[in-house]
Design a binder for this molecule. Sequence first.
Ligand SMILES: Cc1cc2nc3c(=O)[nH]c(=O)nc-3n(C[C@H](O)[C@H](O)[C@H](O)COP(=O)(O)OP(=O)(O)OC[C@H]3O[C@@H](n4cnc5c(N)ncnc54)[C@H](O)[C@@H]3O)c2cc1C
Length: 404
Amino acid sequence: MEQEALVRQVEEFMLTRVIPTEQEHHHQLQSAANRWTYTPIMRQLRAEAKAKGLWLFPLPVELGGRGLSLVEYAPICEIMNWCNHGPEIFNCYTGTISNSNSMHLHASSELKQRYLKPLVEGDVRSCISITERNVPSSDPTDLKFDIRRDGDDYVLNGVKSWATGGCMDECAFYLVLGATDISAPRHARHSMVLVPREAKGLSLGRIETVMGYDDAPFGHCDLIFENVRVPVANRIGDEGAGFLMMQSTLGVGRIQLGMGAIGAAERAMMEMCSWVEKRIIGGRPLVERQVVTDAIARSRIEIDACRAFALQTARRMQEDGMKAVRGDIAQLKVLAPEMALKVLDRAMQFHGGAGLSYDTPLPEMWAHMRTVRIGEGADEVHRETVAKVELKRQAEWRVANRQT
Ligand SMILES: Cc1cc2nc3c(=O)[nH]c(=O)nc-3n(C[C@H](O)[C@H](O)[C@H](O)COP(=O)(O)OP(=O)(O)OC[C@H]3O[C@@H](n4cnc5c(N)ncnc54)[C@H](O)[C@@H]3O)c2cc1C
């Protein structure tokens, strides 16, 4: 019951504070002298959400979170994603949650005090830095970025790319994955190191655009490391355990992402239905065309089927652990964005020109959802996992049933 009340509170906050101020956020960004910082309205909404306790829902209470289980958190992920910047308002951006979790479990108490505390308070932001432009980062075991031990320090050299949020003024530190022993077995080569923003030898490189959007105020940038020195104590987790540690945080992130895609599709549905009721073409509202009601029906069927699967996956993951549902998580990673892209596309189409402009949040949501098919691991890699799990299941079934 308490959980239901919390879901209603988030819903109310999205409907009365976040969605009605979307255009204000957009205009503030457009006219900002500096685009790489929270807009005033975002700052205000974050403060309001925090004051209401609508903050860090899945993190433990001792970190200032609500301590929600995955199953409890899932519906909230959906609602926060009615708007692209929704999760940020509640300090629930996926990277913030996974970085906080990694640091909570694996960082020294000094690092926690100095970096994790302001992160969960919402005073600073962080960034996860894995990808390297010259290495196919779909397979992070191949990453070459050099982290070399020198006495009590690590010395970092190389370029990281696509660091989301890396150029924000609020970004105070980077969690960087690099090779501490390139000759070790693939899954034991890499370590995670915390690098403060002000570290000597660290500079920001080019800022990417994503299908024309710069994704301000977060952005995605290159980070250039030239003999950057950090104490060995800045390592998060054991040496060589970086890859496995990173993998272990992915499950929650993927549920958050899947539910987020469902939230985006629901927003598209809201926009589509209210528009087709109002838009009069040829003397009658668009909604009276069968092609429109058919699209609405298809969208409802697809969203509800995807949500049922996502919630089932969240429940199974909570009960049986991530390994037991790795095939389902991979399925959800492919299914949910594909579904959301279809629903968003239908909503954009019925809006005509308006559907491709800043009059609606639809094109920006579509662009964001399209990036998920690559940015959160390429779909092909996830389909490969689905196929592997299925082939193993079939082989086991054949043995159990004495089939050849
Ligand atoms: C918007 C956005 C935000 C991002 N944010 C971050 C961030 O914050 N931090 C960070 O470190 N990185 C970030 N990334 C980078 C992202 O994680 C990588 O782009 C992604 O892992 C893919 O790596 P790659 O670009 O090197 O593509 P590659 O690994 O070169 O893959 C290219 C293509 O090859 C195909 N492919 C790959 N593997 C297989 C396979 N096994 N079977 C069949 N086909 C395959 C797929 O079509 C894939 O798209 C972001 C990317 C985007 C677009």
